[in-house]
Design a protein around this ligand. Structure first.
Ligand SMILES: C[S@@+](CC[C@H](N)C(=O)[O-])C[C@H]1O[C@@H](n2cnc3c(N)ncnc32)[C@H](O)[C@@H]1O
Length: 223
């Protein structure tokens, strides 16, 4: 599915979120403390927007973007190269269930709109705990549901009807943008997901609502 939608993925992100998606990624970048020459993993990196934002914020950091979609990675790599970041941002094909990165080798990890998609999110969290060194930070962006009743209803209509329609028109993929609201509907509520993160070796887990709770930013420290 991600290979099929890759060519229009960035455009649809900007259109469907009215440009907010890049601000949400910036919030994840803001949340991560990184020392000099930090090594960052961006899991489910897709077209590398977050990997690039992290590399731009930290000019001496090196970032490894991991994703299992070759088409997404190719587009990401083209963006990395056109931003002259190829010496510090590498794109690696791999599965979140077996991250191709050494144990204790990362000073921070991020994952934007990816954890909901992986088949075994708990295994991905265990893998993130494995590759992060103790005391380092994890930032996860994932869709949520707005808490304010009126906004929740309005947003639900947009998410259920408008978004899949626009997604289908632009991506020419029949189901990808219907899968999005369906998968968000089955994702655990923020407090529950925060506990799941904690169970996998993290402390000081925070779930911060962004834009009325349309998105949550989870920030945690590796124990
Ligand atoms: C919604 S996209 C998010 C991409 C990017 N992080 C962003 O902010 O736009 C989800 C990504 O997760 C990747 N993905 C899903 N399951 C995966 C897995 N098990 N291992 C690696 N990548 C995975 C998909 O290929 C896709 O690129």
């Amino acid at each position: 599915m991600f290979d099929a939608i890759a060519p229009r993925y960035d455009l649809l992100n900007r259109v469907l979120s009215a440009g907010l998606d890049q601000r949400w990624r910036q919030r994840a970048v803001d949340a991560v403390r990184l020392g000099p020459k930090g090594r960052v993993l961006d899991l489910c990196t897709g077209t590398a927007d977050l990997a690039i934002a992290m590399a731009e914020r930290h000019p001496d950091a090196s970032v490894t973007g991991v994703d299992f979609s070759g088409a997404m990675l190719r587009l990401g790599l083209a963006k990395v190269r056109s931003g002259s970041l190829a010496s510090r941002v590498r794109m690696v094909r791999g599965d979140a269930a077996a991250i191709p990165v050494a144990t204790d080798s990362c000073d921070a990890a991020t994952i934007a709109f990816g954890i909901r998609n992986v088949e075994e999110p708990e295994r991905a969290l265990a893998e993130l705990a494995r590759v992060l060194r103790p005391g380092s930070q994890l930032a996860i962006l994932e869709f949520g549901q707005p808490r304010i009743p009126g906004i929740r209803t309005l947003y639900a209509s947009y998410f259920r009807y408008v978004l899949p329609f626009i997604g289908r028109m632009i991506s020419h993929h029949q189901s990808a943008y219907s899968y999005l609201p369906a998968s968000v509907g089955t994702f655990p509520p923020p407090a529950e997901f925060a506990k799941t993160i904690e169970r996998h070796g993290f402390v000081s887990v925070q779930a911060v609502p962004l834009t009325f709770g349309i998105v949550y930013l989870y920030v945690a420290s590796r124990r």
